[in-house]
Design a protein around this ligand. Structure first.
Ligand SMILES: [Zn+2]
Ligand SMILES: [Zn+2]
Length: 136
């Protein structure tokens, strides 16, 4: 599984795409979201990461960087390539790879599966490296 990911990286999984031009609108309350940076003490692999959140809803909207963005990812309901993310260590499937709407405008969510239809997970020791490579 790890080997597969490395292969994918070598084949050119890293694409620089622009970050969002403006703060996205919250799909729930239709207010413009607010920019913030995750805490440096964040232990889920997302330390110091720019993101948008809706203050009235107190809800995370989306990250504001290129991590996990790949034009080959499945399209979300907005008809643009989704963003690949990794679940935190405390989730039901820890470190499971999944795709979400890159701007948080729709509620698209799908897990990344291997050829046996099992969700692909990454081991804890490579999370930081994959994040640095913008894969997740
Ligand atoms: Zn809202
Ligand atoms: Zn979307």
């Amino acid at each position: 599984m790890i080997a597969r990911l490395f292969l994918h990286i070598k084949m050119g999984n890293i694409h620089a795409t622009s970050t969002l031009a403006a703060a996205p609108i919250c799909p729930k309350c239709h207010q413009r979201t607010t920019h913030d940076i995750t805490r440096a003490s964040n232990r889920t692999g997302n330390a110091g990461r720019p993101y948008y959140k809706c203050l009235p809803c107190d809800k995370f909207q989306c990250f504001d960087d290129d991590r996990g963005n790949d034009p080959r990812n499945p399209r979300c309901l907005c008809q643009v390539a989704s963003r690949q993310q990794v679940a935190g260590p405390g989730k039901p499937i820890p470190r499971g790879l999944h795709y979400v709407c890159r701007s948080g405008k729709c509620n698209f969510y799908t897990v990344r599966r291997d050829e046996h239809e099992q969700q692909i997970t990454v081991s804890e020791d490579v999370v930081e490296m994959l994040a640095k490579l913008n894969v997740i």
